[in-house]
Design a binder for this molecule. Structure first.
Ligand code: ATR
Length: 291
């Protein structure tokens, strides 16, 4: 890394922020391209979020990413929010415009779409209904991506029905029907599906296992997990054994970083095997720390 008088800066605001993999991701790209830049973790408590965001232009930052618990609160602080982030109700990327104003966007939809395109290139929206497990923040971005892809039916399976209903009404889109299913019906809900996505944190190191039976899922269906610690969750291992095409969560994390990086540092970037390996190394350390 080089730090000069002209170093371009970006970072990630979270509280806490130590768990974030974004510094490893962005600094890999900075090194790969020999950019005079740095991407730093910014621990910002919720009550100082507005102050911290407003300080970005004065400090010469090109922008930042946002993680928990700032993704919703920032919508009310920045000057412009792209319509997709508004629809999802969360933003994860801030770009400082030339005039010092702040633009907010959500790149998780892009991350999910690009990861799916890369890891399951044969998947098509017409393959059948999409089954989405969970209705939290991650589910919102994924449902938005599936409606953009024009999947005809999204079966939203969640423990708390009211949360699923809110999501369905916020993300209603022409061309897609969102149906709501009780958590107990997660096995029969997979009948005729073309894709199954786990958006809950179940199966992640330190969390309970995701208890789901894949016997109703057609062989052609793609199985996606957003959990990436471990990289191959019990869900993905079971799906692989049954011959399904599987898509792990790491790629979504890596691809979602691209739009911000390209805006802040002015270079197009790719998700390569080397990048996956570099971020995996930091994940390995995280996994053993959590055990
Ligand atoms: P994120 O923003 O990462 O999506 P979240 O908003 O906390 O995280 O959402 C977590 C999702 O996992 C929710 O859909 C949650 O279900 P509820 O809406 O009923 O809370 C789901 N989830 C978490 N633990 C669960 C469990 N033990 N069984 C079933 N669903 C669970």
């Amino acid at each position: 890394m080089r730090i000069t008088g002209r170093t371009r800066l970006a970072g990630i605001m979270g509280w806490p922020v130590t768990h974030s993999r974004s510094p490893a991701l962005h600094n890999f790209w900075i090194d790969e391209h020999g950019i005079d830049g740095a991407y730093v973790p910014l621990p910002v408590p919720p009550e100082q979020l507005a102050q911290a965001l407003r300080a970005l232009p004065a400090l010469g930052f090109r922008g930042c990413n946002l993680t928990l618990p700032h993704k919703q609160a920032a919508l009310a602080i920045v000057d412009r929010v792209d319509p997709l982030a508004r629809r999802i109700g969360a933003m994860n990327t801030v770009i400082v415009a030339a005039d010092g104003s702040l633009e907010g966007s959500n790149t998780d939809v892009f991350g999910f779409r690009e990861n799916l395109r890369e890891r399951a290139p044969d998947w098509q929206a017409s393959a059948g209904p999409a089954v989405v497990l969970g209705a939290g923040g991650a589910a919102r971005a994924i449902v938005a991506a599936l409606t953009e892809a024009r999947v005809e039916e999204i079966r939203l399976v969640n423990r708390t029905q009211a949360r699923a209903e809110h999501l369905a009404s916020d993300l209603a889109a022409p061309g897609t029907r969102i149906t709501i299913h009780p958590w107990e019906t997660r096995t029969p809900a997979q009948q005729d599906a073309g894709i199954l996505v786990n958006t809950t944190s179940l199966g992640m190191v330190g969390e309970s296992e995701l208890d789901v039976d894949l016997t109703s899922l057609p062989n052609r269906a793609v199985v996606v997990d957003i959990v990436y610690v471990p990289l191959e969750t019990a869900l993905l291992a079971a799906a692989r054994k049954r011959g399904h095409q599987i898509v792990d969560g790491l790629g979504m994390l890596l691809h979602q970083g691209r739009p911000g990086f390209e805006a802040w540092f002015g270079r197009p970037v790719r998700v390569t095997r080397e990048l996956r390996a570099a971020v995996m190394t930091t994940l390995g350390a995280m996994e053993s720390a959590a055990r």
